[in-house]
Write a protein of this length. Structure first.
Length: 127
C-alpha cells in the first residue's frame, strides 16, 4: 500500500471559478504534468503566447473543478479563472513536479554579488 504513486492532487482555490450560471467552484483536482502535456505545449502557437500555453495546460491537467467533471473543463473554463487562482495552480504544479523548494539566482542590488537562494513555495501560497 505504501508504494502507491500519487498522480492526482486535490486543492482549494483561493478565489474560485464562477461558471456562466453564477456557481462558485473552489475545490479542484489536478494531475501531474506528463510528457504528452509538455509536447503539446511546444506547438508554435502556444509557445508564442505564454498565457494561452498555461490556459491549454490547465485544461489538460485539471481533472475536476467543483461540480465540473473533466469533460466539462476546457480552455474556455481555464481562461475564465482569475489570475490569482492561475498563479496558485502554477505554483502547485511546480511543487508537484519538483518539490516545495525553488532555487533562484539572485543579485544583490547594492554590491552586485550573484548567489543562489532557496525559496519555500508555501511562503507564497494564499492562506
Amino acid at each position: 500500500m505504501g508504494d502507491e504513486i500519487r498522480t492526482e492532487f486535490p486543492f482549494t482555490l483561493p478565489r474560485g471559478y464562477v461558471d456562466k450560471d453564477g456557481n462558485l467552484h473552489r475545490d479542484i483536482v489536478i494531475r501531474e504534468i506528463t510528457g504528452a502535456d509538455q509536447e503539446a505545449m511546444l506547438s508554435g502557437q502556444l509557445r508564442q503566447n505564454p498565457a494561452k500555453m498555461m490556459t491549454a495546460l490547465f485544461a489538460r491537467v485539471v481533472i475536476k473543478l467543483g461540480t465540473l467533471e473533466k469533460a466539462q473543463i476546457n480552455t474556455g473554463v481555464t481562461a475564465g479563472m482569475v489570475k490569482g487562482d492561475r498563479d496558485f495552480l502554477i505554483l502547485k504544479l511546480k511543487e508537484i513536479d519538483s518539490g516545495p523548494e525553488l532555487e533562484i539566482n539572485v543579485e544583490c542590488p547594492d554590491c552586485g554579488k550573484k548567489f543562489q537562494a532557496m525559496l519555500d513555495l508555501a511562503d507564497f501560497m494564499p492562506v
